[in-house]
Design a protein. Structure first.
Length: 193
């Protein structure tokens, strides 16, 4: 049963806090890419390519790009983080690839959360092999997970505790992505399944 707000034990980041922080990230990115964004590219595309990882990052990405005051292209990738079996399998594969060319472009990966780091580690490896001019990560959340892979994130919105987090794109069993805030799910919600 889905009870919306009642399934959330604690709000970690309110809608207002998220709006504010995403705006700050956008301003910082705008400053950092002020010159790079206008560099010529092999096919005449905008130099700045913002890549989002479906599905969790879609909401964050849509807010982030509206806080960036530069020409940019939005593109999407879908990966399955985990093969059949456990979270630690390390199996990641591409379900949907980018539409755009990466070569010679400044790639900015917009991810909702860095947890084990397996998704970003894989993505960075795949995209780096396509010869971008540069590649950086803008993650909204970084979970304090002791087992996290070492990933270089230039932009981090918030650090968050190693708990079951939902909202603002983050799901449990595909639900709760549409909550406008980020919170911790009550254990009884996921323990019953
Ligand atoms: C979640 C989240 C990140 C990833 C982070 O996606 O949106 O993409 O896990 O975890 P990691 O650092 O341990 O790899 P998920 O695979 O649940 O797919 P979703 O975005 O469709 O929810
Ligand atoms: Mn995801
Ligand atoms: Mg998920």
């Amino acid at each position: 049963q889905y009870h919306g707000d009642a399934d959330v034990r604690e709000v970690l980041f309110t809608e207002d806090a998220i709006v504010q922080r995403v705006r700050e990230l956008g301003e910082q990115i705008t400053e950092d890419y002020r010159d790079a964004a206008y560099e010529p590219t092999p096919h005449g595309d905008p130099a700045l390519l913002v890549v989002s990882v479906l599905r969790g990052a879609a909401i964050y990405m849509s807010d982030l790009v509206r806080a960036i005051d530069l020409p940019l292209e939005m593109d999407y990738m879908a990966v399955s983080s985990y093969g059949t079996g456990s979270k630690s399998s390390g199996v990641v594969r591409i379900i949907k690839d980018l539409t755009s060319n990466v070569e010679g472009r400044h790639v900015l990966i917009a991810e909702d959360i860095l947890d084990s780091g397996l998704t970003l580690k894989y993505l960075l490896r795949v995209l780096e092999s396509r010869n971008p001019a540069s590649i950086q990560v803008a993650t909204l959340l970084r979970k304090r997970n002791p087992q996290q892979a070492e990933i270089e994130c230039k932009y981090i919105g918030f650090e968050c505790p190693d708990e079951f987090i939902v909202g603002y794109g983050l799901d449990f069993a595909e639900r709760y992505r549409n909550l406008p805030y980020i919170g911790v799910l009550k254990p009884e919600v996921y323990q019953g399944r």
